[in-house]
Design a protein around this ligand. Structure first.
Ligand code: GLU
Length: 457
């Protein structure tokens, strides 16, 4: 069977680096196994879900380099959930309950005082057709619970029933179904909780590996039981650890902090985001992966830490710098052109400045410096100004290349007796207006003799 995975956020906000981690775990798993990645939007909550967020999420994952083979919306798949409900009801595995939240709370307290586990006691299973009719005549609407397979013949005598799975990340996991309440799958108003649509979709879409955050470990026992109740073989499960902010606080979609969109707007490269989102909390060092294939080569689910991992947004800038420094011109030519950096000089310019950029857009200031001169007129002491003027009078004749600067400085050194910083810094200031930046040897051919002379103080 073709490996098939899905990333299933609710489109209730923009995704952050923690959500990107889940998407990447799935995508890299698919890449390494010749599999398919499905983008699924869990948008059954119509109040909170918005198409705009779904669109943003599609933009974000595309920017990261993830290519879904299909995009599905749960809001368009209700027929599948209704069919699952019919199937479960016919099998006697979905039963109507009428308790209010207060009544359930009271029941729970009573069970605790009797030293019974505080799970739902299945009292609604005892209701007769008459009881139900009366309750409904009184205005009550049922919610529907899934009868967990944790008993032999008598549902009122549950027994320890272990559901086991070999988690792709965490290894052997066990849940005792007797420790759980029968989960509500359908609410009073007919809306679905997450469990049933998710499992019905995973079956319908042929999901073979279900990879998600470890906040869902506790849902897995019930879901495996539901897969089986619906006549399907459960997929393999893998639960990766979650990322937390440096403070240890969990990341939330609603805060918008560190959203993928904000990082993109801030000029962080997609592979910097992907490298940090994916490699934090694995056994691999957090280094900048050049591309997805590079990242996929570092993919080892079982080597992922089981505890939450702090990530440091400051690392993004470091990774970004590393990526830019090694980036070939062909990889950025289009983006540079969009910034107005184009023409015959664009490539040598890129190779000269890429080592000095925190963000790609920083290239714009350098392009301007190369084309027009220092952004602010450099302040030179009288002595340095005289020195630079003398130096400019010694500019070698064209043609210029990467060796010209050296030739020129050798002459200036011999003529002035200056060396080291005293020799180079006033020249750098005169040429760029800044005390640091790209190698002057690389900049000089870009300026040309005329462009250089125009900067004579
Ligand atoms: N919509 C669920 C979530 O975002 C999906 C969980 C799952 O992957 O099963 O948490």
């Amino acid at each position: 069977m073709t490996v098939t995975v899905r990333f299933a956020p609710s489109p209730t906000g923009n995704i952050h680096i923690g959500n990107a981690r889940t998407a990447l775990f799935n995508w890299l798993f698919a890449l390494n196994n010749g599999g398919r990645f499905i983008q699924r939007f869990d948008d059954t909550d119509v109040e909170r879900s918005r198409q705009e967020y779904a669109d943003n999420i599609l933009t974000d994952i595309a920017w990261l380099g993830i290519e879904p083979v299909a995009v599905e919306y749960q809001s368009k798949r209700f027929a599948i959930y209704e069919a699952a409900v019919v199937k479960l009801k016919a099998a006697g595995l979905l039963y109507p309950c009428y308790e209010t939240a207060e009544e359930l709370d009271l029941k729970r307290k009573i069970r605790l005082t009797r030293r019974l586990p505080p799970v739902y006691g299945r009292e609604a299973l005892k209701l007769t057709a008459d009881d139900r009719a009366k309750l409904e005549a009184g205005g009550r609407r049922p919610h529907w619970r899934f009868l967990l397979p944790n008993f032999d013949t008598d549902p009122f005598s549950p027994r320890r029933t272990e559901i086991r799975w070999n988690d792709l990340v965490r290894g052997e996991e066990t849940v005792d179904l007797a420790s759980l309440s029968d989960p509500v799958l359908v609410r009073e108003d007919g809306t679905y909780l997450y469990t049933l649509p998710s499992v019905a979709d995973d079956i319908d879409l042929g999901i073979t590996h279900l990879i998600r955050g470890d906040d869902h470990v506790t849902n897995t026992g019930v879901q495996i039981a539901l897969f089986k109740a619906l006549g399907a073989e459960p997929p393999a499960f893998g639960h990766h650890n979650l990322l937390t902010a440096a403070t240890g606080e969990g990341l939330s979609k609603r805060t918008g902090a560190l959203s993928i969109a904000s990082l993109r707007a801030d000029g962080i490269e997609p592979m910097a985001v992907a490298s940090l989102a994916f490699l934090t909390g694995t056994s691999e060092n957090v280094v900048a992966a050049r591309d997805m294939a590079d990242l996929a080569g570092r993919f080892d689910l079982s080597a992922t830490s089981r505890s939450a991992s702090k990530f440091d947004p400051a690392d993004l800038v470091v990774l970004n710098r590393t990526l830019l420094h090694g980036m070939a011109f062909a990889a950025v030519a289009e983006r540079l052109a969009a910034l107005g950096i184009a023409g015959a000089k664009a490539e040598p310019f890129w190779l000269a400045v890429r080592g000095n950029l925190d963000r790609l857009a920083d290239a714009v200031a350098w392009w301007r410096i190369v084309a027009e001169g220092p952004i602010e007129k450099p302040e030179l002491s009288d002595e340095d100004r005289d020195f630079v003027r003398g130096a400019f009078d010694l500019l070698p004749p064209e043609p210029w290349d990467g060796t010209t600067f050296r030739t020129w400085m050798d002459q200036v050194k011999a003529a002035s007796g200056r060396k080291g910083k005293a020799l180079f810094m006033p020249v750098r200031l005169a040429l760029t207006g800044l005390p640091s930046g790209p190698e002057l040897a690389d900049l000089l051919p870009l300026l040309g003799r005329e462009g250089t002379r125009a900067r004579r103080p």
